[in-house]
Design a binder for this molecule. Structure first.
Ligand code: PHE
Length: 449
């Protein structure tokens, strides 16, 4: 038996993996797309995508990780061959590159927590745009925040799987949930909040078209952290008793719930003050500070508390995702270079931090970091999310669906025959046909648009 570290119990597994899935994407992408594209009808489409694409892909990555009990690159090598190893390597590279820019956006949350306390977040709509542009293009402030964020992540990582990741997730995820509920309740109690709830939930099937469908598929992959090595790496620490399909379902339910609740946090407040919400970083760093300030102008103190709670919430969501991203590379360097976990974590923190600094500087008008009108930051985001992620996801499905012997897949799926295999046929069908086709469609669509 190997002496590989593992999670202590199922709760730890669910919370840590859900921590990876629940991230900035749940707040800044899902609610807006849902509201714009048919509300409840979009949510139904999204749930179908999660069921038919997201969950089978997640279970596939679980199988690869748990079966090989190694870092992601080696996992594909072990279960396949050198060529499949390239997919694993690409997966680790994707995780590494995302870490570089994710830490920058995460660091911004720290600045906004501070800014709320220091009373810097008040002014009109233009002020918030100016504030964000000044801050994000400042050469050193975002870097300091990112370094602080990375330091916290590093601290968790060096304490290992049980003592670090699992322990942190068990505290951070419930805290995230409480903060989310507090803000949802405050937001839904504002005058005129019902219009926002309607915007998010009112079903409008006429808005559903092929593009909306493709978008929902893409979002389900990103939101469940598929194709970045996170799921596979965490699964390498699962025990043989972990029920893989049930865990994937539970994690997806948590992820969807947070995404929907995020909508109930944003839209009631935004509609109550008549501000049009948007998506992406500008939503959480420009639109929402303005919304919170205006919505609670009658009770500025409550406004401050809500705003602070919001950035604390964003920090927690980002932190648990960043931890999972960091772990992908840490496990890789540790096992491939045969070095200690501490040294490996240090390499990752310094390496991604260093590259991250350039991503951050690229937003500040450092000319040579902008290529063809795209900043280095945008390029990292585009290449990882729109190119590497679908490639890895696609091959992971082909790997489990067609290459790995069916008996191995079935054994992992049913925990060596101890669990019912009634869903196995459906799972295999999705992984063989539906997922690769779906991913290919998303990929081509994104490249063409
Ligand atoms: N799933 C995260 C989100 O919704 C993003 C993420 C991607 C996290 C990859 C970790 C790894 O924001």
């Amino acid at each position: 038996m190997s002496e590989r570290a593992n999670f202590k119990n199922t709760l730890g597994i669910i919370l840590a993996t859900a921590g990876s899935a629940v991230g900035l994407g749940n707040v800044w992408r899902f609610p807006y797309i849902a509201g714009e594209n048919g509300g409840a009808s979009y949510i139904i489409i999204y749930i179908i995508c999660v069921l038919l694409l997201g969950i089978p892909c997640m279970v596939s990555e679980f199988i690869i990780g748990r079966h090989s009990a190694s870092n992601t690159a080696r996992a594909y090598n072990k279960m396949g061959n050198r060529w499949w190893g390239i997919v694993g390597l690409l997966s680790v590279a994707t995780g590494f590159l995302i870490t570089c820019y994710y830490v920058i956006v995460s660091g911004w949350c720290f600045q906004y927590m501070y800014a709320t306390l220091a009373g810097e977040l008040n002014g009109n709509a233009d002020y918030y745009i100016q504030y964000f542009n000044d801050f994000s293009s400042n050469p050193w402030k975002p870097v300091v925040c990112a370094v602080a964020f990375m330091a916290v992540t590093h601290f968790v990582i060096i304490h290992g799987i049980r003592g670090g990741i699992e322990r942190a997730s068990k505290v951070l995820m419930p805290a995230l949930f409480v903060l989310l509920l507090v803000i949802v309740v405050s937001s839904c109690m504002l005058p005129g909040a019902s219009k926002g709830i309607e915007f998010l939930l009112f079903p409008d099937f006429s808005k559903i078209n092929a593009n909306v469908f493709l978008d929902a598929m893409g979002q389900s992959f990103y939101s469940l952290s598929i194709g970045m090595g996170c799921i596979c790496t965490y699964a390498s620490y699962f025990s043989r008793r972990t029920n893989l399909s049930r865990s994937a379902i539970q994690i997806s339910v948590i992820d969807c719930m947070v995404a929907i609740l995020a909508g109930l946090m944003i839209f009631p407040a935004a509609f109550s003050v008549g501000v049009q919400p948007d998506s992406g970083p500008s939503l959480i760093y420009i639109t929402l500070p303005n919304v919170f300030q205006q919505a609670f102008s009658a009770a500025p103190f409550v406004g401050k508390v809500v705003s602070f709670a919001f950035y604390a919430l964003m920090s927690l969501a980002a932190l648990t995702s960043l931890i999972s991203l960091h772990e992908v590379s840490t496990a890789f360097f540790q096992e491939e270079l045969k070095i200690s976990r501490r040294v490996s974590a240090l390499i990752v923190s310094c390496g991604t931090g260093f590259i991250g600094i350039f991503c951050s500087l690229s937003l500040g008008g450092v000319d040579w970091l902008t290529f063809n009108g795209m900043t280095m930051f945008d390029i990292f985001d585009f290449v990882t999310g729109q190119i590497f992620l679908p490639i890895v996801g696609f091959f992971a499905c082909l790997f489990i669906g067609w290459y790995v012997p069916k008996s191995v897949v079935r054994d992992e799926f049913t925990n060596w025959g101890t669990l019912k295999d009634s869903l196995f046929g459906l799972f295999l069908f999705c992984v063989r046909f539906i997922c690769p086709t779906g991913i290919l469609a998303v990929f081509v669509n994104q490249l063409l648009s």
